[in-house]
Design a binder for this molecule. Structure first.
Ligand code: HXC
Length: 509
């Protein structure tokens, strides 16, 4: 018996070495951890239960029958806990044939995807891979497609998170793209459909891996990634932090953590947050940080479309999604990027029953040919559609400007806002006073324009015209914003909305 036990231990030790000492050293020299080291950091200590450690590929082409086989076949899979809550995980092992995806490697991922969906628990994929196992050809393509199909099946049922920690090329890119969040590690990770060599052959462009698909590109220009971290350790710890905000599935409701922050906490400094001059910016994140429990806010896509802020915080220990126009960037205007970014976030929250708090300070939609040619109408409609479709509690607070169509879009009463507050500094109007007067009194003298602007401001640039009509439920003191939102969310916990049957909607994609 002892022999058998020793043999098992020996086989396990071999499997844990993946592609061998030499390749592990090479992995470390690139500043990357191995798949197993990453899983150990991601999960609670000692909680990892591995599946399919001894799986091997079945390929016999291109000398693969003679090459030494690595148990596990380039991906480590299993489950464990994050602060006591079950998650499923797969981590590509770059030390085994560059983490490339073979038929058996794919089957391991399918198994873990099926388990995660069956158990209604989140799944996290750690990517470090050269794409399809070139020696296996079409079997890899089939393996990928079955991963994709499962991603779609699980979308909106369990949270799916991808962390790119090395190359992520070819077939590997589409699975992350269909998950809820993608994070990258700066300098060591890159994502692209086709690499720099193919790009050069086809388009004559010469680009580096970083320029083509590094974290600097995907968190800013392309918006493929929702955030980037400096190294593997930070990335894994931040994903743990994110998991703490997320429900296990679309039915479980958000986790409730103990909070020592009084929901009725008064923040007197908010009474002076809005500058005297209407065009002077202020940082909306200050408001968010002062409203959430213990100032703990997990921002999504901070480097892309900074004119809108999205992210998770908690109130009374329960997760809330925040969407807020940011006056510090482009005066908080809604453009195509901001609309898309917020729409995706709103849909995530609604899928997983996370209430949404919206802070509004928006001068309108961004004018210009660049925006119109880029499809502003459709992108703006995405956000309008996403909010209108929500069945989760929606609490809105207008801090300053709420102009034109952007007022309607930003979780207004008319599209489903449940509790709509405004600060006394709010200006709810069809457009800014000067613009309005210049249209109504075209050709007027500067004195007339100034006089009419003042008149327009006095009549419309306040929350009271909207409040008189019931579009605003209450004009609140800035210092009591946290208390008012906490009470509104507590009241809205039993919100129930029934929508008419349909197969699915047709959101303007
Ligand atoms: C088999 C692979 C591999 C792959 C890497 N390796 N990619 N083996 N299939 N796709 C192996 C290497 O042979 C090497 O083996 C080890 O992994 C490490 O690779 P290196 O090239 O030494 O590492 P590095 O210099 O860091 O370069 C990483 C890399 C490069 C940029 C990812 O390996 C690369 O370009 N690989 C090919 C990428 C690619 O074209 N993939 C196919 C995409 S097509 P040894 O034994 O030396 O350690 C695709 C279509 C699917 O995915 C579409 C489905 C929808």
């Amino acid at each position: 018996m002892k022999d058998i036990l020793d043999k098992l231990e020996q086989r396990r030790s071999e499997a844990r070495l993946g592609g061998g000492e030499k390749r592990i050293i090479a992995q470390h020299q690139k500043g990357k951890l191995t798949a197993r080291e990453r899983i150990d950091l991601l999960l609670d200590e000692g909680s990892f239960e591995e599946f399919d450690m001894f799986v091997q590929h079945r390929c016999v082409d291109f000398g693969m029958d003679k090459a030494p086989k690595s148990p596990g076949d380039g991906v480590v899979t299993g489950w464990g806990t994050v602060n006591g809550r079950t998650v499923f995980v797969f981590a590509k092992d770059f030390t085994v044939l560059g983490g490339s995806l073979s038929e058996t490697h794919a089957e391991k991922i399918h198994k873990i995807q099926d388990m995660a969906l069956k158990m209604r628990a989140p799944i996290i994929g750690l990517y470090d891979s050269g794409g399809a196992r070139i020696q296996e050809g079409v079997a890899s393509l089939a393996g990928y497609a079955e991963v994709f199909r499962r991603n779609v099946e699980a979308s909106g049922v369990i949270p799916q998170i991808s962390l790119i920690m090395g190359p992520c090329a070819g077939g590997d890119v589409y699975s992350p793209a269909m998950t809820d969040f993608i994070f990258m590690v700066r300098e060591t990770s890159y994502m692209y459909v086709t690499g720099p060599d193919v790009v050069k052959t086809v388009t004559n462009e010469i680009v580096s891996h970083e320029e083509l698909g590094g974290a600097s590109i995907h968190t800013t220009k392309s918006s493929i990634a929702d955030g980037a971290f400096d190294n593997d350790v930070e990335a894994l710890l931040q994903v743990r932090r994110l998991i703490d905000f997320l429900p296990a599935n679309n039915r479980a409701g958000s986790p409730e953590w103990p909070s020592f922050d009084d929901p009725a906490r008064v923040e007197n400094s908010l009474d002076t947050l809005i500058p005297d001059h209407p065009n002077k910016p202020y940082d909306i994140k200050e408001l968010i940080l002062k409203v959430v429990d213990e100032g703990d806010f997990f921002e999504i896509s901070p480097k892309h479309a900074g004119n809108i802020v999205t992210g998770f915080g908690r109130i009374e220990g329960r997760t809330v999604g925040f969407v807020a126009n940011q006056p510090m960037v482009l005066a908080g205007v809604l453009d195509s990027d901001a609309s898309r970014k917020a729409a995706r976030f709103v849909r995530f929250c609604d899928s997983f029953e996370i209430p949404i708090v919206t802070f509004v300070d928006v001068p309108g939609f961004l004018p210009g040919t660049a925006q119109e040619y880029g499809g502003l109408i459709k992108h703006g409609a995405k956000l309008l559609f996403a909010y209108s479709q929500c069945t989760v509690p929606l609490v809105t607070c207008i801090t300053r400007k709420a102009f034109g169509g952007a007022y309607d879009v930003m979780a207004s009463k008319h599209i489903g806002g449940d509790v709509n507050y405004a600060w006394p500094s709010a200006q709810i109007a069809v457009m800014g006073a000067k613009g309005a007067v210049e249209i109504i009194f075209r050709g007027g003298t500067p004195e007339e324009i100034a006089e009419k602007t003042k008149e327009y401001e006095d009549r419309f640039m306040s929350p009271f015209v909207a409040a008189e009509r019931g579009y605003i439920d209450e004009v609140i003191m800035p210092h009591s914003t946290r208390r008012r939102i906490a009470r509104a969310l507590a009241m809205l916990r039993t919100k129930t909305v029934e929508r008419p049957w349909r197969k699915h909607d047709n959101i303007p994609l």
